[in-house]
Ligand binder design. Structure first.
Ligand SMILES: CCCCNC(=S)N1C[C@H](O)[C@@H](O)[C@@H](O)[C@H]1CO
Length: 621
């Protein structure tokens, strides 16, 4: 129905590759796209139009969009395209704004997104070979693509919509499998559902191995590279795989991602605009990755794993031309000045940054330790198991899980607790009889000491910090993947509590309880995993703001029931969380709930600021 607005004039619309003149043809005329990446899954729907208009006013004629499979099929066979997941609404807004679309439906997308967009329920098959011709993987992929590609077919430019090209898979050449049967299967599916006329392409990093394993006859091969790459060398590599046709850089990096513990990544604006100009002058088609990064709300951040597990931070600001909050930057203005040299850009003002407000301090109060809240957070009670089960075996894919057992003997001396196969995925917070005794962390903290008496309760809260999204470790199972050894004993006879924190919070906890049963507010801080809550009084303004948890250590924040993502100021570089203004109420108190995993500061205060802090790496402790 939304397409009715789009002039459906059959016969006049075409989008193809001109192998003679080495360019794209749009309606028979040479066409050079100047595009920017924006991920609808990282921006609340009410801000989509704001960001798209700013991209259009910069002079872009296209946007590049990933479709995260796990964002739309969290439970196998149940598809969600509503609200912040309404892909067609996003495409329609882009169409209304005069922007064409380069769609990247994966099924794997990388993108510093949880498991590269693959749904974690794929891991229920213990030895599944992801991104290959593995029959179970391909069956799930085929079911998903049948739904998605059918949905987007009317949105193809050649059918009256605005999607001009579609990418198959994502940098497949960077993956170990190099399985041509997998790529041929995908190619068949994309052709089957999108038709023979659709321009399908691949994108790969700028090396021979990547191009060799990532390209396929029938898919137009493109490359990606940033500002420090020799443009001529990179495009000559593309020419070795596509001797004729348009030059395309599908991911021109305008910035870069941050992992917890990194220095905040920045890329010089003058460098970005200079190299962009050089590529456009060659007639190359360029997509800037990212143009608007947005936020990894909830549990959606991914992770890298080179020598060790490196989860990506909550902010996907990416030092991009539009900031995480959608504010135009100097980098955007420099880019706009370059684009002006190649095409007319829309006249009129660049929409301004959305207003920001410093609401100030809010003092929280403690709700309770996790172990005292199990009736609320795990209403169905525990699963009993001789040995630990993973998140996937428990069929809880994200967030936190509580593993409980008892001490097998008196431990008067500090006794080492270890996971011999580095099996803590990813961080475990250990309490004995409700008293926090320390933590274990994947690759980083492999032993801690315990004391206690035989029969004492051992509570181990395990945090899933986001699944690896790049490389061979994307089959990233979570939880306790191997037995725990305490001294000389293997810990057994577990009670494993799935924790539905998000369900409890969207159901009104803890605030709905606080009026009747809540203990008087007290300022006692505590160590170990505990919930805190408070209210930001309304002041008639619902403006963007940035939440700083000064002297808090690590945890998760919900505001008015929405999971805002992870905070980890103790590690940095991110120190504030972006809070979109429309999330706030102008009339009723805004409920803030914090899960602090290590220990709250005595002041129990959090601060709402009018600006972000993304580059304050914590002082080396
Ligand atoms: C640190 C290794 C990063 C691997 N990812 C790379 S090269 N990238 C290419 C990938 O296609 C894109 O989705 C993004 O993930 C981008 C980095 O922002």
């Amino acid at each position: 129905l939304k397409l009715a607005k789009v002039k459906r004039v059959s016969g006049e619309r075409s989008f193809s590759i001109d192998y003679k003149n080495n360019c794209f043809l749009k309606d028979g005329k040479p066409f050079q796209y100047i595009s920017g990446s924006i991920h609808y899954s990282r921006i609340p729907q009410y801000y989509w139009k704001d960001r798209l208009v700013k991209m259009y006013m910069t002079g872009l004629n296209a946007i590049q969009v990933y479709v995260p499979w796990n964002f739309h099929e969290a439970v196998q066979g149940i598809y969600n395209f509503t609200g912040d997941r309404d892909l067609e609404h996003f495409l329609d807004l882009a169409n209304q704004t005069g922007l064409l679309v380069i769609l990247r439906p994966g099924p794997y997308i990388c993108a510093e997104w949880e498991m590269g967009g693959l749904p974690a329920w794929l891991l229920q098959k213990p030895n599944i070979i992801l991104r290959s011709a593995d029959t179970d993987y391909l069956q799930a992929v085929s079911n998903w693509l049948a739904v998605l590609l059918s949905k987007i077919k009317p949105w193809l430019y050649i059918n009256g919509g605005n999607i001009i090209t579609v990418q198959v898979e994502n940098e497949y050449g960077s993956y170990y499998a190099c399985d041509y049967n997998y790529m041929r299967h995908l190619w068949t599916l994309f052709r089957l559902f999108l038709g023979e006329d659709m321009v399908l392409f691949t994108t790969d990093g700028n090396t021979d191995r990547e191009m060799r394993c990532g390209t396929l006859e029938g898919l137009y091969a493109t490359v990606d590279f940033g500002t420090d790459t020799n443009i001529t060398e990179a495009f000559s590599r593309q020419r070795r795989f596509e001797p004729r046709g348009p030059l395309v850089n599908s991911e021109f990096y305008t910035g870069w991602l941050d992992h917890w513990g990194d220095q905040h990544a920045v890329v010089d604006a003058q460098k970005v605009s200079r190299v962009l100009g050089e590529m456009l002058a060659m007639g190359a088609n360029v997509n800037m990755y990212m143009f608007e990064g947005g936020t990894n709300f909830g549990y959606w951040n991914g992770a890298d794993h080179d020598t060790r597990f490196r989860p990506v931070v909550t902010s996907y600001d990416y030092d991009a031309p539009l900031s995480e909050a959608g504010d135009p930057t100097e980098k955007l203005l420099a880019i706009r000045d370059v684009i002006k040299q190649f095409r007319d850009i829309p006249s009129g003002p660049m929409p301004p940054a959305t207003p920001k407000f410093a609401y100030g301090f809010v003092t929280l109060r403690k709700v309770g330790n996790i172990s005292s809240l199990l009736n609320t957070l795990s209403p169905l009670g525990p699963v009993r198991s001789q040995y630990p089960l993973t998140f996937e075996e428990m069929k809880q894919y994200y967030g936190y899980m509580l593993y409980r057992t008892t001490l097998p003997r008196d431990l008067s001396e500090p006794t080492p607790l270890i996971s011999p196969l580095n099996g803590i995925h990813d961080r475990a917070y250990v309490s004995v009889n409700g008293v926090f005794q320390g933590l274990l962390e994947r690759d980083t903290a492999l032993v801690m000491n315990i004391t206690g008496q035989q029969g004492d309760t051992v509570d181990i809260l395990v945090e899933n910090m986001g699944r690896v999204n790049f490389g061979s470790k994307i089959n990233d199972y979570k939880g306790l993947l191997s037995n725990l050894i305490l001294g000389r004993d293997v810990l057994t006879d577990w009670k494993i509590y799935p924790l539905d924190i998000d369900g409890a919070i969207t159901g009104g906890w803890p605030h709905s309880d606080s009026e009747q049963f809540f203990p008087p507010p007290h300022k006692e801080p505590s160590v170990g995993p505990a919930f805190y809550t408070g209210t930001l009084q309304p002041n008639g303004l619902a403006w963007d703001t940035f939440l700083k948890l000064y002297e808090w250590k690590k945890g998760q924040v919900w505001i008015n029931g929405v999971n805002m993502g992870r905070y980890w100021p103790a590690r940095g570089p991110q120190q504030t969380l972006y809070v979109p203004g429309p999330l706030l109420s102008t009339t009723v108190p805004n409920v803030i709930t914090v899960l602090e995993l290590e220990g709250a500061p005595a002041h129990l205060r959090v601060l709402f600021m009018d600006r972000p802090q993304l580059s304050a790496t914590a002082p080396k402790s």
